[in-house]
Design a protein around this ligand. Structure first.
Ligand code: SF4
Length: 337
């Protein structure tokens, strides 16, 4: 079950530089404010007050939006110490934080292990060194692999954040470039299509005609392929596309943004799976697709695009969508008639 997350946005703090695509206040809608113990504690209190009684899941405090392990050591300790009383009272069960691969080393891991840090999300972004350099990331694909390995060995749950559509990316290489990363078995990944946001270096490149974002269709197809590759390697995708937000939409200049991006990709994955499953029924009169009630909209939503496509590709005269409560959200089976 997914944890209940209390996000604490530390916008850009700890970052050694600004990556070309990044403008945290425009992404999260949160201002840059100095990290103080009082502010962290009140953010946690506020998050706990929003947690409904019925939600009995694990509660995690998540430091997002900056480079946590890039903060001064004293500030990291002070910030993590704020969580301790909540952890001792079992109101908070663990900490999650995001950071950069080049800000993981033995010393930093030793510090994190003194506190209830369970999950570390790494901004991998790309496994191509040329792409990382053009994005002004300041780290290499080797740093990516080293950080995942060190964190895995230290017993942390590791998340890999991957971006697609960065400047200089060659679409044909993405999947093969990801193989060494997936071989290290990160526990989960997030995939973000690159968006052009106000106040970024990427916006300048775009305005000068030096950067062309992916189309929505291209982004959906690439995400679908990464999702399927990850699934084959046992790596779950927990998010695709940035969280829909009025502030984000206001600051968006260009790029493959859709508020239901993840849903669209999941529908494409389902379509891909169904095309294979329907092959033996090609040319049939009537075929039923049995699916969980919560997954029906993936077939019938978006103007029935998936269903219409399936019908065309499988040459089946009538495709019926039927529900089965016992199926999981990603499961389905097909029957004749
Ligand atoms: S992408 Fe990460 S490392 Fe780069 S500026 Fe944004 S928060 Fe900092």
């Amino acid at each position: 079950m997914n944890p209940y997350i209390i996000p604490v946005f530390i916008s850009h703090q700890g970052c050694p530089q600004k990556c070309v695509f990044c403008n945290q206040p425009n992404i999260t809608g949160q201002d840059i404010s100095p990290i103080t113990a009082k502010w962290v504690a009140s953010t946690i209190e506020e998050g706990l007050s929003r947690k409904r009684k019925a939600q009995r899941t694990e509660t995690q405090v998540a430091f997002y939006g900056g480079t946590f392990t890039g903060l001064d050591t004293a500030l990291q300790e002070e910030t993590l110490s704020v969580v301790l009383p909540f952890w001792e009272e079992k109101k908070v069960h663990s900490v999650r934080l995001s950071t950069r691969p080049d800000y993981i080393n033995t010393e930093k891991i030793t510090l994190l292990r003194k506190y209830p840090v369970k999950t570390v999300e790494l901004g991998i972004q790309s496994m191509n060194d040329g792409v990382l350099a053009r994005a002004q990331r300041g780290h290499t694909s080797r740093d990516n692999l080293r950080a995942v390995q060190m964190l895995r060995e230290a017993g942390f749950q590791v998340g890999a954040q991957i971006m697609i559509g960065l400047p200089g990316e060659d679409r044909r290489e993405i999947l093969s470039a990801l193989e060494p990363l997936f071989a290290l078995k990160p526990d989960f990944m997030r995939i973000y299509p690159t968006l052009v946001l106000k106040g970024t270096a990427l916006a300048d490149l775009y305005q000068k005609g030096e950067y062309q974002p992916l189309t929505l269709q291209e982004a959906v197809e690439i995400c679908r392929d990464i999702f399927i590759l990850g699934r084959e390697r046992g790596i779950t995708v927990i998010r695709m596309g940035l969280q829909a937000d009025a502030g984000l939409e206001k600051n968006l200049i260009a790029g493959p943004y859709h508020p239901a991006f993840g849903q669209i990709v999941r529908a494409e994955v389902l379509k891909n799976d169904l095309i294979k499953k329907l092959e033996p029924f090609r040319g049939s009169d009537e075929v039923g697709i049995w699916i969980a009630p919560s997954a029906v909209s993936m077939l019938t939503g978006f103007k029935k695009r998936v269903l219409v496509d399936l019908q065309k590709k499988s040459a089946i005269r009538s495709l019926k969508v039927l529900t089965d409560q016992s199926l999981g959200r990603e499961d389905f089976h097909v029957t004749r008639g």
